[in-house]
Write a protein that binds this ligand. Structure first.
Ligand SMILES: *Cc1c(COP(=O)(O)O)cnc(C)c1O
Length: 451
């Protein structure tokens, strides 16, 4: 009998019902659901229930236990939604079981990595012959960029770090801004460069690295800059940093997890100025480009440096340099290029630009609304982030907790310039002005609960 694969229809139906329900569902699970999930601990089934029932059961479980980051009023961290076109592509990639390891496993995935690589360089306005490689996120994007930097700077000094390792290697100086993202230090520690060895450059009031405080640079330096601060959304002075580094033969890596996507809109040209002069960049698909998890991109001006960090031989594998495994940490990996292809194909350059500009306008609308509620806006709202405070740290924690409990929206608190604040990031294709207004109203209601 021909198999009907009805379980896939069950999944599609449940997914559509979930997404349609986003405007009215709770953003964060309530106490009862959280308790039920914690209590959920069935033993491994001896006999399976079958595919259709399994998918159905998961859909029921997932209905309440998820956080509604897919849409509308989730403002935590920097969390993009997942564009339906990219979700569809992800389903196809999974149904087709494509591994983006090697041309012999998926000509499609390899070719779409090349095609979307060119699209991303165009969209983000980066050098067109740079190497573009898919990883799980910006943590690994930073890892790949810094691994390439380590290989290249040491190779220039006659040291092959891939073969010889770091013990006995010439020293490398790592330079970071005081507000560098925590994952950058993780990447440094995974590379044997140490999470506590970096020279830390002070930041200004918006969290930007003070380029005037850079030490004398040399060919032993890797400078880790940021294209937007995770709290304020401010950009490091990229042009200044890159020009100083170039003259000295140093390497600049830009952690651009979501900020680099701002290059899709000319409104941010001033902040991004010089971003294309760096040596390597990391950017997320799953943040502001709204692909599903997990999707990050490592970009490097020096393709040979990436290959020298990651290429290896194995008797049973083909040596074709097109194979992604020569340029990333993994061998087997998901065909993320299909999702990126669908996201960019569906939106086009204009669609990405509109999404970026819409989210930035929403952050400004939030700031205005919060001012009306007596908040002080602590950052210059230059991008999609808004950091705001009023009253005591306890009041900020209470407001975030009450809004979570209301189910209307979700955002976190943060510590910014010595104050406890609430922090909201607009990064979702689906969020509308109405959602911003509902969120402001929920914050207003949370304030009133305390008085
Ligand atoms: C989110 C973020 C990261 C980490 O990215 P993942 O995709 O979660 O690994 C790194 N740097 C910055 C600036 C970020 O915003």
């Amino acid at each position: 009998m021909e198999r009907s694969f009805a379980e896939l229809d069950v999944a599609a139906k449940a997914a559509k019902a979930y997404l349609k329900n986003l405007p009215t569902r709770r953003v964060f699970p309530g106490e009862k659901t959280k308790q039920e999930l914690d209590d959920y601990s069935p033993p491994l089934p001896e006999v399976g229930c079958g595919a259709e029932s399994a998918v159905e059961e998961l859909a029921t479980l997932g209905m309440d236990g998820t956080v509604a980051t897919a849409g509308l009023r989730y403002f935590g961290y920097v969390t993009g939604g997942a564009l339906p076109a990219a979700v569809g592509a992800s389903w196809l990639a999974a149904a087709w079981d494509q591994a983006a390891t090697d041309y012999r496993l998926s000509p499609l995935a390899v070719r779409l990595e090349e095609v979307t690589g060119n699209w991303l360089l165009d969209l983000l306005r980066l050098p067109k012959d740079a190497s573009v490689n898919y990883v799980t996120g910006t943590t690994m994007g930073n890892f790949v960029g810094l691994a390439a930097a380590r290989s290249e700077l040491l190779a220039r000094q006659g040291w092959d770090v891939t073969a010889q390792g770091l013990i006995g290697a010439p020293p490398i100086r790592i330079i970071v801004g005081a507000e560098a993202h925590s994952t950058l230090f993780k990447a440094l520690s995974m590379l044997g460069l140490g999470s506590k060895t970096a020279i830390v450059i002070p930041a200004d009031s918006q969290g930007r690295m003070r380029a005037d405080e850079l030490p004398p640079l040399g060919p032993d330096c890797i400078i880790c800059a940021q294209a937007r601060n995770v709290n304020s959304g401010a950009f490091d002075p990229l042009e200044d940093i890159c020009r100083k580094s170039r003259g000295a033969g140093a390497w600049v890596h830009i952690d651009g997890a979501f900020g680099l996507v701002a290059a899709a809109s000319p409104a941010h040209d001033d902040f991004l100025k010089g971003h294309h002069l760096a040596d390597s960049w990391a950017v997320d698909g799953h943040k502001w480009l709204n692909t599903p998890y997990d999707c990050g991109v490592a970009i490097c001006r020096h393709p040979d440096a990436v290959r020298s960090a990651f290429s290896y031989r194995a008797a049973y594998l083909e040596d074709d340099p097109r194979n992604p495994r020569h340029r990333v940490p993994e061998l087997s990996r998901r065909a993320r290029s299909l999702e990126m292809w669908a996201a960019l194909r569906a939106l086009g350059r204009q669609g990405v630009r509109q999404m970026v500009e819409r989210n930035c306008a929403q952050a400004r609308r939030l700031a205005e609304g919060l001012k009306g509620l007596g908040f002080e806006i602590l950052n210059d709202v230059v991008l999609n982030q808004c950091v705001a405070a009023r009253g005591s740290p306890e009041e900020m924690e209470a407001i975030a907790a009450r809004v979570e409990k209301s189910g209307v929206a979700w955002f976190s608190t943060t510590h910014w310039q010595g104050r406890t604040a609430i922090r909201l990031s607009c990064s979702n294709w689906m969020t509308s002005e109405e959602d911003i207004d509902k969120t402001i109203a929920a914050i207003g209601a949370a304030i009133n609960q305390s008085s």
